[in-house]
Design a protein around this ligand. Sequence first.
Ligand SMILES: [Zn+2]
Ligand SMILES: [Zn+2]
Length: 176
Amino acid sequence: MNGSSLHLQVDKGTFPVVAELSRDDAKEQIRAAGLRATAPRVAVLRLLASTDRPLSHTDVVEAIGCTDWDQATLYRNLLKLVEVNLARVVSKVGGVSRYEARGDDDGAHLHPHFSCRTCGCVECLPDAKLTGPVHRRWNRSLETSELQLIGDCPGCLATQKSKQASGARKRTKRRS
Ligand SMILES: [Zn+2]
Ligand SMILES: [Zn+2]
């Protein structure tokens, strides 16, 4: 696998929208966390909150664009949001930190993430829950835990399947 295959493909504006975080709500969350609600902070938080997959710094830059703020500004604000618990790093697969908004749930972002060993995409699996009786003394630990499932994503599996099918067709042809 080369470095570029780890890059998450991001098309501007085609993110599946989860729950749009309004500008005012974003400002309120940021202020409640004790920060000034600056424009880049609001933009980064709204992007993270309305995307159903964790985003790397590069994804954030590509989605927001560098016209108003440079990469460093966006990065600084991303880290600031993590510092005040409005966002968190949920995946470090391939050495790339990916961020998600924590949302206004109980702060425990416990859904696992799937990372594809073929194309490098990282997706949330919100319906996959970690369940089972766990002793109380693990509560805090679980809040800060990361669960990463690794395999081939549906897109890569489909590609592999069609490759196998065309391979099989070629072999049959040769035999006849
Ligand atoms: Zn894949
Ligand atoms: Zn997630």
